[in-house]
Ligand binder design. Structure first.
Ligand code: ADP
Ligand code: ASP
Ligand code: MG
Length: 402
């Protein structure tokens, strides 16, 4: 007998028929002799709808109340899925994060999981029940509801699988695996049978929303066998693994696009030690994650720094940068939302030389201006204008895969 965690995303539980379909799949897994813990997202569109409601009520909503609001989406689907399982004659029980004790930091809208109580889940499993858990939500030390950031139900599932020492964690979604690029952008993107944790983490962090980035970190850290599979078609999906044979044969493994960041530019700042440290420390204190960073020295020994932050962190960033501007006597701070980050990822980069040159060639040949660049051992990211991003992904895909 195995213990299996199955997670179903928003489209998979998008209406009552689909919830019944999920119930049947879960019951089949249970009837095959397994213990089953199911994690569900809100019905597709619900989280967007709730965020919108909040912003209509107050354009500057408190983050605590936002989490209280958006976490309700998952509470609807756990109840409906349990009812559907009952309807088909199996026993099930739903739990929200408070009931189980999914303990997190107090960073509303991007809380991190600190620990999960497994007692109640094991008790229910022992009673023969299918356990249905709300994704995306946690509880801080004071009992406040928190959420993990968009797409965070994946992280609930993998963290639960780690805490329960589950035999595997299957992420059921509306595509049948991880592809070489977002299938909605690249029509002939190819499904991957395997991808390494490192590659998946880079792709997920840089916009491939098929998995939440923190779920990959949990899988890596706790050796959770993780798979992405389709709710709607039967096949093997994609395994996320530590390593596989010939993994360096491919020059690159995937391409992603991230279009939810803003570029911040602070110009006319002193060119001396300690400036970058001061700026990024203040941002970190406000819990703003900075992604790409470029510093350049201009004339009169003044320098400028550009960096990108999530659009959802722009308000906090503006507050910090106002302070910084005053303190440094900087000329000006500007914000540009009209950008996207396109990334090329692959372990193969370590073994093949000239990948960066080939990437930049694609942009040059197609007259797409690169505004920022950052690289890691297995990734090359560039910032370009937003309206060029889909084309860039397609052109890179042609160059490397077709
Ligand atoms: P769920 O609601 O099941 O969590 P998501 O919408 O969060 O589903 O994630 C699945 C979607 O991710 C797919 O429908 C696909 O459009 C998108 N996607 C982006 N990049 C990739 C990729 N490289 N491989 C597969 N899907 C991707
Ligand atoms: N419902 C949340 C969202 O839409 C979490 C998730 O789907 O994983 O972001
Ligand atoms: Mg998702």
């Amino acid at each position: 007998m195995a213990l299996i965690v199955q997670k179903f995303g928003g489209t998979s539980v998008g209406d009552v028929e689909r919830i019944k379909n999920v119930a049947k799949k879960v019951i089949a897994t249970k009837k095959a002799g397994n213990d089953v813990v199911v994690v569900v997202s809100a019905m597709s569109g619900t989280t967007d709808y709730l965020i919108n409601l909040g912003k209509q009520t107050n354009p500057n909503p408190s983050k605590r109340e936002m989490d209280m609001l958006v976490s309700t989406g998952e509470q609807v689907t756990i109840a409906l899925l349990s009812m559907a399982i009952h309807y088909f004659g199996e026993d099930a029980i739903s739990y929200n994060a408070l009931q189980i004790g999914i303990k997190t930091t107090s960073d509303y809208t991007k809380a991190k999981i600190l620990g999960i109580n497994t007692e109640k889940i094991f008790e229910s499993l022992k009673q023969g029940k299918i356990v249905v858990v709300a994704g995306f939500q946690g509880v801080d030390e004071e009992g406040n509801i928190t959420t993990f950031g968009r797409g965070g139900s994946d992280t609930t599932a993998v963290a639960l699988a780690a805490a329960l020492k589950a035999d595997r964690c299957d992420i059921y979604t509306d595509v049948d695996g991880v592809y070489t690029a977002a299938p909605r952008i690249v029509k002939n993107a190819k499904k991957l049978d395997y991808i390494t944790h490192d590659e998946m983490l880079e792709l997920a962090s840089m916009g491939a929303k098929v998995l939440h980035d923190r779920s990959v970190i949990f899988a890596m850290k706790y050796n959770v066998p993780l798979r992405v599979v389709s709710t709607f078609v039967e096949n093997e999906g994609t395994l996320i693994v530590k390593e596989y044979n010939n993994m360096e044969d491919l020059v690159i493994t995937g391409i992603s696009k991230k279009a939810d960041e803003t570029r911040v530019n602070i110009a006319g700042i002193p060119d001396r030690p300690g400036i970058a440290s001061m700026i990024f420390k203040k941002l970190a204190e406000k819990n703003v994650n900075v992604n790409m960073i470029v510093q350049s020295v201009g004339k009169d020994s003044k320098s400028q720094i550009s960096f990108t932050v999530l659009n959802t962190d722009v308000d906090d960033t503006k507050r910090v940068m106002e302070e910084v501007q005053k303190e440094l006597g900087a000329d000006n701070v500007s914000y540009d939302q009209d950008i996207a980050i396109v990334s090329v990822v692959g372990i193969g980069m370590k073994a093949h030389s000239g990948v960066a040159a080939k990437v930049f060639e694609v942009f040059a040949e197609n007259n797409i201006n690169i505004e920022m660049i950052s690289t890691s051992e297995i990734k090359i990211s560039v910032v370009i204008k937003k309206d060029k991003a889909d084309d860039a992904v397609r052109l890179l895909h042609q160059k490397f895969f077709e």
